[in-house]
Design a protein around this ligand. Structure first.
Ligand code: HOZ
Length: 430
């Protein structure tokens, strides 16, 4: 049989790019498939190089909340590009986006733009360490904060997907200052944060975990976390790279009504172009160079194309009832999927918060890394392949989320429910 164009491209890519991909999860290894190569996308649909169309639930891992190639976002990028694409100097657009972010996100008074979520989290912990004069970073098992050295301890996303325990190349001396404790576990949290022998600078978490699949924190867990960090002068960092402008216009902190000291952003604020940001209280942010001694810089930081795409996206998200409609639609979709799972007899835990969704092929509720790891990844892989075959592109790993966008229509979601039913029936049969 002749190879598909995607297969030919994957062969070629592997000659020049490690694993044929520029980010491990997209190699689709854990779902037992080779990747499809994308030629173009529009709205809720992506098209591969062989001309196959898929309803897309990866949405570039979050940024495409208004769908692909939204005309207003594309126009903003085109209009900006004709005036030059990068200057390594300040532009008016970065002030506009910074003002929008500060107005939207409850705890952000000042914000610094960088180029990726990894850069944002890496810079935020440096700032927290510089501000407190302490060294230890507390994170949670299964949370993923990008690939900076300090975070590659019991991390989620590709690290779980590929079953990598940590990473060679990360010196012991660095990770000895990272403590990873279980998500949603108040007892462990209290024990760690109240330990006077630990030199804790900050606690960082995904306020809804999205990189071990979707896991919601209990309200009590978040409240205890805020209370203890406040009492002990520990900087609380919310990594809202996924949840920012996703759960609500003000992100997870607005959704849960809990304000961190620092917030990391990415994805949606770049409208599909490479962006990250970290922001928070003025007193802490003023420690960053050139105002303060904590160094951080970047040639492409505040890049005009990314700023233009971000501004256009945020303007669209200000539409009346946007988040209510998106979250209601997602709740309806999740309920339908749950019904289909129950009717088919396949054990699925449907975790959803806002428009983030993961069907865990697990028997018991998934509340943390340990319970997520009990999922039947082989079943997820079979489900993923069946859905791809039927024209639905899901995250190629059990330990990621499906992103629902403002442009997925009810009709489209209904067809996905029907296709899911077919896939689950097949799974139940063997
Ligand atoms: N780390 C991303 C998922 N949580 C994957 C990024 C990509 O492969 O594009």
């Amino acid at each position: 049989m002749e190879k598909t164009i995607s297969a030919q491209m994957f062969d070629k890519a592997q000659k020049f790019i490690p694993g044929g991909v520029n980010s491990p999860v997209r190699a689709c290894k854990s779902v037992g498939c080779d990747p499809v190569f994308i030629a173009s996308a529009n709205g809720s649909t992506i098209v591969d190089v062989d001309g196959n169309k898929y309803l897309d639930f990866v949405c570039s891992w979050g940024p495409m909340i208004m769908g692909h190639a939204h005309p207003q976002i594309i126009k903003a990028v085109q209009d900006t590009a004709v005036g030059g694409t990068s200057f390594g100097a300040s532009t008016p657009l970065e002030i506009d986006l910074a003002a929008m972010v500060c107005e939207a996100v409850p705890s952000i008074e000042k914000v610094r733009f960088v180029n990726s979520g990894t850069e944002a989290t890496m810079s935020a912990i440096r700032l927290a360490r510089g501000y407190t004069g302490k060294n230890v970073v507390v994170k949670f098992d299964g949370c993923y904060h990008g690939h900076a050295d300090s975070f590659l301890v019991k991390a989620g996303s590709g690290v779980i997907t590929l079953g990598i325990p940590g990473s060679p190349g990360v010196p012991e001396d660095i990770v000895k200052n990272t403590l990873s404790i279980p998500y949603n576990n108040i007892e462990e949290l209290e024990k760690t944060l109240c330990d006077e022998t630990l030199d804790i600078a900050c606690v960082i978490l995904e306020p809804v975990a999205g990189n071990m699949g979707c896991v919601e924190p209990s309200k009590e867990f978040l409240q205890t976390l805020r209370k203890l960090t406040q009492e002990r002068g520990i900087v609380l960092i919310f990594d809202e790279v996924i949840t920012g402008f996703r759960l609500s216009y003000g992100g997870a902190q607005e959704y849960f009504g809990i304000n961190p000291d620092l917030t990391c952003l990415g994805k949606i604020i770049g409208g599909g172009l490479p962006v990250g940001a970290y922001g928070g209280k003025t007193e802490i942010m003023n420690q960053i160079a050139p105002d303060g001694p904590v160094y951080q810089a970047g040639t492409l930081s505040g890049n005009p194309l990314a700023m233009a795409a971000g501004i256009a996206t945020l303007k669209l998200l200000q539409a009346q009832d946007f988040y209510k409609d998106l979250n209601d639609k997602s709740a309806w979709f999740a309920a339908q999927l749950q019904e289909v799972a129950e009717a088919s007899g396949v054990s699925v835990q449907l975790n959803r918060v806002g428009s983030l969704l993961t069907p865990f092929f697990a028997i018991e509720p998934v509340i943390d890394f340990t319970s997520a790891m009990k999922s039947d990844t082989d079943r997820y892989a079979r489900h993923w392949r069946a859905m791809l075959e039927m024209g639905v592109y899901l995250a190629p790993s059990q330990f990621e989320v499906a992103f629902i966008s403002g442009v997925h229509t009810e009709e489209e979601l209904k067809t996905v429910v029907q296709k899911t039913e077919l896939s689950f029936k097949k799974l139940a049969g063997n």
